[in-house]
Design a protein around this ligand. Sequence first.
Ligand code: HEM
Length: 496
Amino acid sequence: MRTDIDTLWVFALASKCRAFTQENIAWSLLIMALASMAIALLHWAHPGGPAWGKYKLKKGYRTDARTIPGPRGLPIIGSMNLMASLAHHRIAAAAKTCKAKSLMAFSLGDTRVIVTCNPDVAKEILNSTVFADRPVKESAYRLMFNRAIGFAPYGVYWRTLRRIAATHLFCPKQIKAAEAQRRMIACQMVDMFKNHDQSFTVRGLLKRASLNNMMCSVFGLYYRLDSLSKEVEELRGLMLKPRAKSEPVRQPNHSRTPSSKRWRNPRFRGCFAVSSRPDKLSDADMIAVLWEMIFRGTDTVAVLIEWILARMVLHPDVQSRVHDELDKVVGVSRAVAGSDITAMLFLNAVVKEVLRLHPPGPLLSWARFAITDTTIDGYHVPAGTTAMVNMWAIARDPELWADPLEFIPERFVAKEGEMEFSVLGSDLRLAPFGSGRRTCPGKNLGLTTVTFWVASLLHEFEWLPSDDNTVDLSEILGLSCEMANPLTVKVRPRRH
Ligand code: HEM
């Protein structure tokens, strides 16, 4: 049997060997460093940078294979700079420079990445089973988020969660059942906005309203908007705290709160327990899944509403068209009801136009992951490659949209005999909720909440710019893409 002692003879021999002088060791180290540098440069010289070069060198170059164009970035680290601050802008600019709109390759250290700014290629990626997985995220594992829908590996567990979520959490019946709660929170928001006779920022209240809404849906816990609860403040702190992108989201210990029994909302508990009996979910699984709903469903909704209100302030002509529609469909004598929304074609067009110009997830979920080797747009894409879709760039492409930078909701108002444009993932020119197997399961709930609350807020108020502040449409990209400078407004009540 080999032991460590047995192998010591190699070192003993080496120490006796004349070749191992200090000078020779220094030369060897220098040669090794030069060789490593040469290899790093060879990797880096490949289009797409070091991760692609490394892969091609390992697998051997195939002369018949087309090479995906893309920036080399820097040796070893590749194009890490593309992911800094507004990644969707940087990636779109790089794709233009490399003439790689349909598919671009780049490297993030050792990770091979492809990205597209083309709707047909986006469809190929998002709807392919090969890309139904997500890249493994350390932080997700540390937080048990790999047990939640968005991070779970593609497989039986993920499919079970999606099936349960689709049938019980996000089905039309449940969305309708939450209407009273949406209406109650809308009333509380209106009451609080009414109290402002000076300029004020809307973000704080929108995020609290959205968090209360999710807490109610997920845990059956009711909180008033005008009173601060310790539990909600703790959650809010976790979600609103400015965070570096690399910093993980801290998962609160729900089980630690005094109301530990209350998180078992019978509606959710019931649906998980009954429908998942063969593959029973543990309490830890439940917490991961339910916490994810809060973390994904809160920010996206509030961020989108802030963008919509910003556009209403910037375009008073559009706002007044929405007011006309509200007066026609709802009238002034009563508040908006959920059943009014389908008749509000122009308001729905406004929401779509804001989703086009300001998608809360401009790079969708950031990433999908190739389970096996595949071909995309005629290019070979190896297993283990991360794929992204730049939805922000697609939705502003002048080849797909007339006057793409202009805010024109009318483009989404279907003409006589025309089909309404769906933003739910069938048309990749605008799919802010993604598409395919990993599409957002909360899209109908999210859209319903946003549209209803915006209708209520516009029905009650005229939204005006603040005296000292213009609306600044600059963006900041964190978990969602939100206004870099929070919207400040004044309101004038419309109904007395
Ligand atoms: C305006 C609101 C929302 C937007 C714009 C949005 C957008 C997205 C996008 C782009 C994805 C990735 C899709 C893909 O990879 O193809 C996603 C995934 C997801 N979203 Fe949403 N979302 C919204 C609201 C919600 C809500 C309200 C919930 C839950 C309460 C939710 C839960 C999820 C989950 C669980 C996933 C992961 C799905 C999976 O990986 O299987 N989202 N969302």
